[in-house]
Ligand binder design. Structure first.
Ligand SMILES: [Cu+2]
Length: 63
């Protein structure tokens, strides 16, 4: 489980976009969004760096 903070994740649309990106990378990933705190928890075998790069490419910088 890894948790990222995504400051620009501000609404349900962003959650949908991010969810789509991560599901495309790993169809079996499990995601938990906390919109209020701008956090997404990800259970996946994907490397952290790959996830961060994919989200950054879509305009969502995260750490
Ligand atoms: Cu949004």
């Amino acid at each position: 489980m890894l948790t990222l903070t995504v400051p620009d994740m501000t609404c349900g649309h962003c959650v949908g976009v991010i969810s789509g990106i991560l599901t495309e990378l790993d169809p079996d990933c499990e995601l938990n969004f906390e919109l209020a705190s701008r956090k997404v928890s990800i259970s996946s075998g994907l490397p952290r760096e790959e996830i961060i790069e994919a989200l950054s490419d879509a305009g969502y910088d995260c750490e």
